[in-house]
Write a protein of this length. Structure first.
Length: 353
């Protein structure tokens, strides 16, 4: 097969689309879960220092091993970030291409659940990511706390721009700012052209047609980064502040344009009241087993205490002389039982006899 034929063969089975995630068999770990209405939530907005991962369960061929050249790929997804506080959030969402869908030894907070203190920036990571970053981390040279970036093997972006979009207007080509933590759904497109080693990333509000002018367009050579088999998915984390990171729909394709999402079929974001109810339910799930365990321990302690007290009550005192000649009296227990607890109904006489 030549390169074109190999690409065509690859594209025939390397694509998927999720308009909502009902029945999706994604590999989830950390805080990630699919909510009853079909929305994918990577992290919640009530737990700090948390990680959430969601990866497609099978790998895709990203490198033509015969020619040692990467394949093109395209993805589109709708996301929303709902912070606990309207003006403060952490840390963001990253679409990632990784050698494994099982990321271990990674850190939350500014590391996005993709890297840690020692491997960030290591060429052996073989990770490509598009970050939606809602905090400014000076150690990674972040441009601000509301930007989109292309990351290769680390979180110092090879290209970055403030979150914004170019309207599809002949009279207005000025980019308009967007707030990633606005709690409003937005759509992002990430397209890698392997032939021209060009990586384009485009952002827009929901229901706005894909802008013709991308937010990021950078030459990125991924030949030494991509491997023959790699996994695609999402990673998210929280730090000192919290936020709920949602994915409403996701489309992906190798060597072809990702299928357009059907926006009318996407699940709705939970309201704050629904989130509060979920939070309360989660707390009960945690607290109920603890409450039951404490109750059972308390009952056990009370039961043992009562049994020991009853045993002491009926304990028989044996004097020294009785050990040699044997007992010459009835035990208190025997008398107690025989008289119905020394009831007045069982008195046989008067006095001390």
């Amino acid at each position: 097969l030549d390169i074109a034929e190999a690409a065509a063969e690859s594209s025939s089975f390397s694509r998927f689309v999720y308009n909502g995630f009902h029945g999706a068999k994604l590999n989830l770990n950390g805080a990630a879960e699919i909510l009853p209405n079909g929305i994918l939530r990577l992290t919640n907005n009530y737990k700090k220092q948390e990680i959430g991962h969601a990866f497609y369960p099978t790998s895709f061929p990203f490198l033509n091993s015969s020619f040692d050249e990467p394949f093109s790929f395209s993805t589109s997804f709708v996301f929303a970030i709902v912070p606990q506080y309207s003006d403060l959030s952490s840390e963001g969402i990253a679409f990632a291409v990784c050698p494994s869908g099982d990321l271990s030894a990674v850190f939350p907070s500014q590391y996005f659940g993709l890297f840690n203190l020692t491997n960030n920036g290591d060429d052996t990571n073989h990770i490509v990511a598009v970050e939606l970053d809602t905090t400014q981390t000076t150690e990674f040279n972040d441009i601000n706390d509301n930007h989109v970036g292309i990351d290769v093997n680390g979180l110092t972006s090879v290209a970055a721009a403030p979150a914004s979009f170019a309207p599809n207007s002949l009279f207005d080509s000025q980019f308009q700012n967007l707030s990633l933590i606005s709690a409003m759904p937005m759509q992002i497109w990430a397209d890698y052209d392997a032939k021209n080693i060009r990586f384009n990333v485009t952002l827009a509000p929901l229901n706005v047609k894909k802008p013709s002018l991308p937010l990021l367009s950078s030459k990125v050579n991924l030949t030494s980064v991509l491997l023959p088999d790699m996994y695609v998915g999402f990673s998210s984390s929280t730090g000192a502040a919290t936020a709920a990171h949602y994915i409403l729909g996701w489309s992906f394709a190798m060597n072809d344009k990702a299928e357009e999402l059907k926006l009318s079929e996407l699940p709705a974001l939970p309201t704050r009241e629904q989130e509060a109810a979920v939070k309360k339910t989660k707390l009960w799930v945690i607290l109920l087993p603890i409450t039951i365990a404490v109750l059972l321990v308390s009952i056990s302690i009370i039961t043992v205490t009562m049994l020991l007290k009853r045993r002491r009550k009926f304990a028989e005192l044996i004097e020294e002389w009785e050990t040699e000649y044997g007992p010459h009296r009835f035990s208190y227990r025997t008398l107690y039982q025989a008289t119905g607890g020394f009831s007045n109904d069982n008195i046989l006489g008067n006095g001390g006899f």
